[in-house]
Write a protein that binds this ligand. Structure first.
Ligand code: HEC
Ligand code: HEC
Ligand code: HEC
Ligand code: HEC
Ligand code: HEC
Ligand code: HEC
Ligand code: HEC
Ligand code: HEC
Length: 450
């Protein structure tokens, strides 16, 4: 009895508190949905001008989604009379659209590149030609899910190739959808096809709904994806002279400078965007991030790109705004020589694995025995890291996360290969005494220069 009385008391107390909360919420203007979740109806700090807007979407969404309206109010879109409708309102039946809650019209809940293309045709065309578009998606999904048109578009990208996929896609299959939607896909969906057939997601870099130049020019934007053991561009940049200039003095830079011809007055040192995208010096703004690259650095064994000579000129024109001709030429010669050394070590690792392949001593399944990881890490982590580190000035990544790790894993690879050969009654690898030095690697596989 006592128990029931207590629970009844508890129940009434909860009920009354609930009622009070509800009344309170209604009084101060909170919004409660069918599931009992409460949302603040207005947070009061509206961007200048937006409170006078007569746009029906804005008028209602100020209460429904105040965060979005606030960000939109800060944007150049709002001050240039671009409206919510321009990006979201579509015909009934438009692929990916839904009927707007309580209204007759249809909206795209996630606006697509097709809407941006109405006004920013050039940026979209450049983006579509880059590895941020379909190649990013194909890197984990393969080409099977592409429509005929998308396949043709993918095949028309001159720089889509160059990087052999060496088992990487098998990680996607091994880990399964529940994991990869938070992993591979979070980064690689920058180039995923949308329901309406357009490609990619501009908001992978341009955070909605402000679409601010300052935000997208800052290197933190790129570090959403260009980070970690296999592509540590953010870490490398942070320890370079350029990154240190940004981290210690960037507050004073002219982040909102008009795009097209940004100068050294605006940016005394470069960010990722300056070197790879901004109109700077004689190089025009581009959304094709491959447009200034010489090498396929992400490759196991790097080769030069189809249009590498023109690309290199475009990158060097950026450097030349701040550095001398000789400085830039010396730097490029040194970078090319480093690529040659890393290529040589990776070829040595291929040479070491060859007898296992020839004698059927490896399992068919990728990543099921330690040797698969050792072999993979040599090029996918350490080789890449050393190359990126040299080209973007991160000494620690060239040395301790790069060359040193290569030597370490080559020594382990030798033990792992020899163990398998001996188990099969075969001779161990015949390697020179100074293995795994670069001289030994050159002796075994020859020089790779030019
Ligand atoms: C009378 C109020 C009202 C008007 C007018 C209005 N909206 Fe909405 N809108 C809402 C509400 C309420 C939601 C649902 C919010 C939620 O689910 O949390 C919503 C949701 C949305 C969504 C998300 C839909 C989804 O399924 O995720 C979009 C996009 C949107 N509105 C765009 C617009 C555009 C564009 C206009 C003008 C053409 C507009 N809205 C006009 C109240 C309004
Ligand atoms: C310049 C184009 C553009 C304008 C203008 C714009 N949006 Fe969006 N909006 C987008 C994009 C792009 C996305 C989806 C981003 C993604 O895929 O991650 C989005 C997402 C949304 C979402 C769903 C995501 C969420 O966070 O709930 C809502 C709701 C929305 N917008 C409402 C609005 C409203 C209301 C306005 C006007 C006040 C507006 N948008 C103006 C481009 C725009
Ligand atoms: C209806 C036309 C229209 C649509 C649709 C549109 N924009 Fe814009 N956008 C503009 C205009 C106009 C400006 C201002 C141009 C200027 O300042 O020179 C602008 C400016 C920008 C800027 C530069 C902001 C700045 O501070 O200068 C970015 C970034 C941008 N848009 C991205 C997008 C993206 C991404 C989409 C799609 C999600 C999109 N826009 C959709 C018309 C549009
Ligand atoms: C943190 C973001 C991130 C995650 C997670 C991620 N990648 Fe990547 N991936 C990148 C970036 C950035 C590059 C580009 C490296 C470069 O060019 O320096 C890349 C490059 C690649 C490449 C080489 C490019 C090509 O077109 O062949 C493949 C293949 C690839 N990733 C597959 C995957 C798979 C499969 C997964 C999941 C098992 C995955 N990635 C997870 C960001 C990511
Ligand atoms: C890899 C990140 C990234 C992606 C993805 C991206 N942008 Fe940009 N965008 C930038 C950067 C960085 C700038 C600033 C360039 C500069 O410094 O002038 C910029 C500038 C812009 C501008 C204003 C500059 C100008 O030349 O007028 C527009 C408009 C724009 N982007 C539209 C888009 C559209 C549309 C998409 C999707 C197809 C897109 N962006 C995808 C990084 C990106
Ligand atoms: C949402 C994730 C994401 C963001 C954010 C992002 N990238 Fe990427 N980026 C990728 C992926 C994935 C690849 C590899 C694509 C491939 O090769 O298949 C890539 C490749 C590249 C490449 C090599 C292109 C080539 O042709 O090999 C450059 C350069 C690059 N990104 C620069 C940038 C810069 C600069 C920024 C910031 C302004 C940026 N990225 C932001 C995911 C991202
Ligand atoms: C000083 C200019 C500069 C800055 C700053 C810079 N990069 Fe680079 N980046 C380069 C050069 C040069 C290369 C090598 C180009 C080549 O192949 O010739 C490169 C290579 C790359 C690659 C490798 C592409 C491939 O072939 O696999 C990626 C990805 C990349 N940078 C992204 C970034 C990101 C992200 C940032 C900021 C965190 C950044 N870069 C900062 C100049 C720069
Ligand atoms: C906007 C100006 C600017 C641009 C563009 C620029 N740099 Fe720099 N660079 C600097 C500054 C500033 C430093 C830091 C100098 C110091 O450490 O005293 C620096 C340092 C360097 C260093 C280290 C030099 C040393 O003595 O330690 C290298 C290497 C370098 N830059 C290469 C490049 C390359 C390659 C490019 C083009 C891909 C480039 N930079 C583009 C301004 C620039």
């Amino acid at each position: 009895m006592r128990f029931f009385r207590r629970t009844r008391l508890l129940f009434s107390a909860t009920f009354i508190t609930g009622l009070l909360l509800l009344a309170g919420a209604l009084l101060v203007g909170f919004d409660i949905d069918e599931e009992g979740r409460v949302r603040p109806a207005s947070n009061g700090v509206l961007a200048q001008g937006i409170e006078n807007s007569t746009d029906e979407c804005v008028v209602c969404h100020v209460d429904q989604t105040p965060g979005i309206v606030n960000q939109f109010g800060e944007s150049d879109h709002f001050s240039n009379n671009v409206s919510c409708s321009d990006c979201h309102l579509v015909e009934e039946g438009y692929a990916g659209s839904v009927q707007h809650p309580n209204e007759e019209f249809y909206v795209l809940p996630l606006s697509s590149t097709a809407q941006c293309a109405e006004c920013h045709r050039e940026q979209v065309a450049q983006f579509n030609l880059s590895r941020h578009a379909l190649p990013s998606y194909v890197a984990y999904a393969g080409t099977d899910p592409l429509t005929e048109d998308q396949l043709a578009m993918y095949q028309s990208i001159p720089e889509r190739g160059g990087i052999d996929s060496r088992n990487r896609n098998s990680l996607h299959a091994m880990e399964g959808e529940a994991v990869t939607r938070f992993a591979c896909e979070t980064c690689h969906n920058v180039g995923r096809p949308n329901p309406d057939g357009s490609i990619g997601n501009c908001t992978a870099c341009h955070i909605r709904h402000e679409f601010s130049l300052e935000q997208v020019r800052k290197p933190e934007t790129c570090n959403a994806c260009h980070i970690g053991p296999d592509h540590p561009q953010w870490e490398i940049y942070s320890e370079s002279g350029h990154g240190i200039s940004y981290l210690t003095g960037g507050d004073d830079w002219n982040w909102d400078a008009e795009p097209g011809n940004v100068t050294t007055v605006d940016f005394p040192a470069p960010t990722c965007a300056t070197c790879h995208m901004s109109g700077f010096g004689l190089s025009a703004t581009t959304h094709d991030v491959g447009d200034r690259l010489t090498w396929y650095l992400a490759s196991a064994i790097s080769s030069r790109r189809p249009a590498w000579e023109e690309n290199r000129v475009r990158m060097q024109q950026v450097c030349l705004a701040c550095h001398s001709n000789n400085f830039v030429d010396d730097f490029y010669d040194a970078g090319d020589a480093l690529v040659d050394s890393i290529n040589t070590w990776v070829m040595l690792s291929d040479w070491m694995m060859q007898p296992l392949k020839d004698n059927g001593l490896l399992t068919a399944q990728a990543f099921d025995e330690p040797i698969d990881f050792t072999y993979f890490n040599i090029w996918h982590h350490w080789g890449r890291t050393a190359k990126f580190g040299s080209w973007m000035q991160g000494a620690d990544y060239v040395q301790w996360h790069g060359a040193y790790e290569i030597l370490h894993d080559l020594a382990i690879l030798r033990e792992e290969v020899d163990a398998k050969l001996e188990e099969a009654g075969l001779e161990p690898l015949d390697l020179p005494d100074n293995f795994p030095s670069i001289d030994a690697a050159r002796d075994v596989v020859g020089s790779q220069s030019e």
